[in-house]
Design a protein. Structure first.
Length: 353
């Protein structure tokens, strides 16, 4: 399946081309019901070609309230690039190339991303993925997806591994803290009094340094656009009726939109290095309602040096709700560039101010 249509030329910016409804097309015709019993393991998802055009970049800036000059003006890579998370939801939603998106009532439980290269303005990327595993736990059916985005020249841009409950009643499972394996270090979001705080580009990361919390309120308009209202997809994130039927008070923010908040924080902390050597793994612990205040933060836990002498910063990261509970928590790392590159990057940032 792809997102082309004979009546419309060119590659569209989304997984589907919503202009097809003008021709009377049912955008979900022929797709499977999103039930655990309908899974095929392994099952290929995509490929789909997506264009990262000016509209897609500006739309992402709106839904995340992230108007960094690298995305709207110029970047250290030469020319405009897309946000680190601009393709994240496209990868998560790849399964809707096989399953009917508007009949999905699921929950994203874990997200992992690797960043290899930035995506450039007006570049056409190819997204592909595969369901690789499925299992049942605590009465819920989970499915594991691996996916990736490649640039027009074949280079890897971003890689994804996600775990999702395919169909459930979110109001019944919301608030269940995700269990952690014994080998995983628990992320609490607690920081020591008087800990040093970094706000902006961190050229010399030191263990114990806290990232200045980045506050956000995701409005219904932002959540709706992020969750594909523009493609005529209805779900628990953009439709009050569907959210209420799922046992929720009001629509909830996609886990992947929270990931975007963490990626904004990490981009501002590590700069261009994040796009070529960043990694993030996050578990979703509590739901976030639209209009609910949240804030992303983190702490440097370690700095290691590879065999080639490249230092890598390691972090605990989290998103905290206004009631003090963590809605998401996990880990991140970033391979750091040379001091000379950081200095040049800082100078370029200042020239854009």
């Amino acid at each position: 399946m792809n997102n082309r249509n004979s009546a419309h030329t060119g590659v569209w910016r989304d997984l589907t081309d919503p202009r097809r409804v003008i021709d009377g097309d049912d955008l979900e015709q022929g797709l499977k019901e999103p039930d655990f019993e309908n899974l095929e393991i392994p099952e290929d998802l995509g490929p789909v070609d997506v264009r990262v055009d000016d509209h897609k970049i500006k739309r992402f800036a709106f839904v995340q309230d992230d108007h960094h000059p690298w995305f709207l003006q110029d970047s250290p890579f030469g020319g405009r690039i897309g946000h680190a998370g601009i393709l994240g939801n496209d990868l998560v939603q790849l399964f809707t190339t096989r399953y009917a998106a508007s009949r999905v009532v699921g929950l994203h439980t874990e997200e992992q991303l690797w960043f290899d290269n930035p995506v450039r303005l007006d570049e056409t990327v190819t997204l592909s993925g595969q369901y690789t595993d499925a299992y049942e736990r605590r009465g819920q059916g989970y499915v594991v997806m691996n996916a990736q985005a490649h640039g027009s020249d074949g280079r890897s841009i971003i890689r994804h591994r996600g775990i999702e409950i395919l169909r459930t009643i979110p109001g019944h499972v919301a608030g269940r803290a995700s269990s952690q394996a014994p080998a995983e270090r628990r992320v609490t979001g607690d920081v020591a009094a008087g800990a040093p705080v970094a706000d902006g580009l961190l050229d010399t990361p030191r263990p114990g340094t806290v990232l200045q919390p980045l506050p956000k309120i995701i409005t219904q308009e932002q959540a709706s656009v992020f969750s594909r209202a523009g493609e005529y997809v209805r779900n628990i994130h953009n439709d009050l009726e569907i959210a209420r039927k799922a046992g929720l008070r009001r629509p909830i923010v996609q886990g992947q939109q929270q990931i975007g908040l963490l990626l904004e924080l990490l981009t501002r902390t590590f700069g261009a290095a994040w796009f070529t050597g960043g990694w993030i793994r996050v578990k979703f612990l509590q739901t976030v309602d639209v209009f609910e205040p949240i804030a992303a933060s983190g702490i440097i836990t370690d700095v290691t040096t590879g065999s080639d002498g490249t230092p890598t910063a390691h972090l605990d990261i989290w998103v905290r709700r206004a009631d003090g509970k963590l809605s998401a928590a996990g880990w991140a790392s970033c391979a750091l560039p040379s001091a000379g590159f950081l200095a040049a990057e800082t100078e370029k940032d200042q020239s854009n101010d």
